[in-house]
Design a protein around this ligand. Structure first.
Ligand code: PMV
Length: 346
């Protein structure tokens, strides 16, 4: 307690899914139709401070220095309500959140955002939840956020109800000297949010085929991580990302009838994918992944980073791209501001 305020600050990394979450069995609880596997991205982070303040009459939320937009605010207030429900309190909160990377371009700001919010809010409310309970709670804010709670390489088991759908570490962050270079080729916001994409997924004739293959894909990625087999990981991850996009491109969005399908790629996304395949035919060990956005995530081993960066320098238009270099990152953590730790800054 601090002058009537209960405050906590937490930091989380976004994560890159090797096997993707696309489609929900339960949209209220964000229970997915399939399991997924990801790695936390050390090069990007969200820091969130939460103070429960008896003087407030409503939750006050700022994101990257500005008041949260109505939709984001409603989503954050719903998450605070979950925390208040667990803690048995009704006090309103002040939330300040900053991310050091652009949102809505295919780097999961909602994952790091809801993971940091979950830890900061639950601590500020006096709860001491274990990793599984934090993961369950974060999932309800944004599905992929449950994978930013544990560290390193993470699997989210789809589960069948609220308690059984959670994420855990399958290999620690130092298990494999892997690197991800996230290349934001466009700052255009994605046309359709992942929330709407999940809901539209069932309208694609290819969702059944995707679901049929995903158990095998999960198995291959687990083996690749265990054996540190970059080729197996990379080829599996590329096909997996393209499978999500095949579903998205053939989905109907109920409230956007003018769209025949959802395109998350921009022209530069495809240009870079083709460049990666050409680099590989020249012997460079690098693979791509895509989330629901134009950003291309390049996956390689630490020893190849300089070569991949040099190859990127040759791509026409690359001077407009933002590059974020990550190694496998840790799970969500608390910051002790009183001890001079990281404080939220713009
Ligand atoms: O957690 P959401 O609702 O933002 O969905 C994330 C969806 C993808 O990033 C495309 C895939 C994934 O597994 O992270």
């Amino acid at each position: 307690m601090n002058g009537g305020l209960f405050t906590a600050t937490a930091v989380a990394h976004p994560n890159l899914a090797f096997v993707k979450y696309w489609g929900q069995r339960d949209p209220e609880l964000n229970i997915p139709i399939n399991g997924s596997i990801s790695v936390n991205l050390s090069g990007a982070r969200t820091i969130t401070r939460v103070s429960f303040d008896p003087d407030l009459t409503a939750d006050a939320v700022s994101v990257d220095g500005s008041p949260a937009a109505p939709q984001a605010l409603a989503r954050i207030v719903r998450h605070l309500d979950r925390v208040r429900g667990l803690a048995g309190i009704t006090t309103c909160a002040r939330v300040e959140s900053y991310s050091d990377f652009p949102s809505a371009v295919g780097i999961a700001a909602s994952a790091s955002g809801f993971a940091a919010l979950t830890l900061a809010a639950s601590r500020a409310a006096g709860l001491a939840l274990d990793l599984r309970a934090l993961s369950v709670l974060a999932r309800k804010g944004s599905g992929s956020a449950c994978r930013s709670i544990p560290g390193g390489f993470v699997e989210w088991v789809a589960g069948h109800d609220d308690a059984t759908s959670y994420a855990f570490t399958i290999a620690p962050s130092d298990a494999w000297d892997l690197r991800v270079i996230s290349v934001a080729v466009s700052r255009e916001s994605k046309p359709i949010s992942s929330l709407r994409g999940h809901r539209a997924a069932f309208t694609s004739p290819f969702i059944a085929a995707r679901l049929e293959s995903v158990a095998q894909t999960l198995g291959l990625v687990r083996v690749a991580i265990k054996r540190r087999d970059l080729e197996l990981l990379g080829m599996t991850v590329e096909r997996e990302a393209l499978s999500l996009h095949a579903v998205a491109m053939t989905s109907r969005v109920i409230d956007a009838p003018w769209l025949s399908g959802i395109y998350y790629m921009q022209p530069d996304t495809l240009r870079l994918i083709q460049a990666v395949q050409a680099w590989r035919s020249d012997g460079l060990g690098v693979y791509f992944s895509l989330d629901a956005g134009p950003t291309v995530h390049l996956v390689c081993e630490a020893r190849s980073v300089a070569q991949v960066m040099a190859a990127l320098d040759e791509v026409p238009g690359n001077d407009t791209y933002l590059r974020i270099l990550s190694s496998p990152g840790r799970g969500v953590w608390l910051v002790d501001e009183a001890a001079g730790g990281d404080a939220p800054t713009a």
